[in-house]
Design a protein. Structure first.
Lengths: 114, 297
């Protein structure tokens, strides 16, 4: 539900960048979204189209690079890839020991623009 | 208003007065997307059903390779957090609260978990020991602020309109209006929602999530983000346990799967059990920020 706020924040950053670099048209926007981030991609794409329709990023493509979830086990110090928070450690099988180290990112990475 | 979730902008009010939104100045026109937009923008159906034949798993869309077709267009590196603006306001709030030696707690839960009743009872215990201020967040009405004000404590109501969460800018506006006392406790009761508020830092010292035993034990697994970011879990309505099949150990086990070591206090806002433990937790943490502040100065 909060993806509208995210899309608005995204457009603010794009517009600030466009002013700074004197851009006239934004063609593609790359995001990095962690697999564990609280973001529904379909919803974010929908709102991105809505909020950008009268802006410099009108009809811009939104490319989302997914960042894998990663956690380190406090029991065995082994690092594992995870897709949900409540997975067991892939090395020692322990539950309740994984500390997330990557995968909560929500970043705007770069623009392709004229 | 948004056709998907009902979110909206420009409807935020504090104590009934409209505030200037940080959001876009132009109103958002919701109109059907053009065909080319749909073709360009709609992702492949994000329904990738690889876990269970009975689960539609949204949010598992394809990884998109970064291979732009280069034209005269140029690439501009940005590398900024999407919520950077909110985080800036949150940092300003945190600095102000720290300077004033105020312990701010962000109370988070689904609607109906007993947040306001808990606050009223907590105020009764703490009011003679500490100055208290309350910020209430709801989409509509000032009912909760009125309930707090009946205790004689100052409360500010933020109405988010159709918005599903408080953000740091709203809290900053409220802080400017209420000027909370130094060395006090500030309770921020967020909009009842176990999803969206988890993303928005308000500048609080701690996030406290409240789960009531009339909900399912598996709420932590169903809404993992909230339990992941929480600093304390209050298990409320424990006076009702004799009448329910709620498994306390299982609920705590699930919470710890999402957030290993998350502290849990079992309480009943209604009959007061466990409330003293919670009040002691608040006092201890307020003293801790005082000693940190003294150490820094």
């Amino acid at each position: 539900m909060h993806e509208l706020s995210l899309a608005e924040n995204l457009l603010q950053i794009i517009e600030e960048t466009a002013t700074e670099h004197q851009l006239t048209k934004v063609k593609t926007v790359w995001l990095e979204i962690g697999k564990l981030a609280c973001v529904e991609q379909g919803s974010l794409r929908f709102y991105f189209d809505v909020v950008t329709q009268d802006s410099i990023a009108r009809q811009a493509k939104l490319e989302i690079i997914e960042i894998a979830g990663q956690a380190v086990c406090t029991q065995c110090n082994h690092s594992s890839l995870i897709t949900i928070y409540y997975e067991a450690c892939s090395h020692c099988g322990s539950y309740n020991t994984l500390k997330v180290t990557q995968g909560r990112e929500m970043k705007i990475k770069e623009l392709e623009a004229e | 208003m948004c056709t998907t979730c009902g979110c909206s902008i420009g409807q935020t009010r504090i104590n009934g007065k409209t505030i200037q939104s940080t959001h876009l100045e132009k109103p958002i026109q919701f109109r059907p997307l053009k065909h080319s937009n749909i073709r360009d923008h709609t992702p492949s159906l994000p329904i990738k059903n690889n876990r269970s034949s009975e689960t539609l798993a949204f949010g598992t869309g394809l990884v998109t390779a970064h291979a732009p077709g280069m034209s005269q267009a140029r690439m501009i590196k940005i590398e900024r957090d999407i919520l950077e603006r909110n985080n800036q306001y949150a940092n300003e709030n945190r600095r102000f609260l720290s300077e004033q030696n105020i312990l701010a707690l962000n109370l988070l839960s689904s609607p109906g978990s007993g947040k306001t009743t808990l606050l009223v009872n907590t105020i009764e215990i703490l009011r003679n020991k500490l100055p208290i201020t309350v910020i209430e967040g709801d989409q509509q009405t000032n009912h909760d602020a009125a309930r707090i004000r009946e205790t004689g404590i100052s409360a500010t109501q933020i109405n988010t309109g159709k918005g599903c969460h408080l953000d740091a800018f709203m809290v900053q506006q409220a802080l400017q209006q209420i000027s909370p006392q130094q060395n006090s406790v500030l309770f921020i009761e967020n909009v009842g929602n176990l999803v969206c508020p988890s993303n928005f830092d308000l500048g609080e010292a701690y996030k406290v999530v409240i789960l009531s035993v009339t909900e399912g034990e598996d709420k932590p697994l169903k809404y993992p983000d909230m339990f992941h970011v929480a600093d304390l879990l209050l298990l409320n309505k424990c006076d009702l346990l004799p009448y329910l099949s709620f498994d306390v150990d299982l609920a705590i086990e699930y919470a710890h799967r999402i957030h290993p070591g998350l502290p849990v206090i079992q309480i009943s806002a209604m009959n007061g059990s466990g409330i003293q433990v919670w009040a002691d937790w608040i006092e201890a943490n307020r003293l801790a920020i005082s000693s940190t502040a003294q150490y820094q100065t």
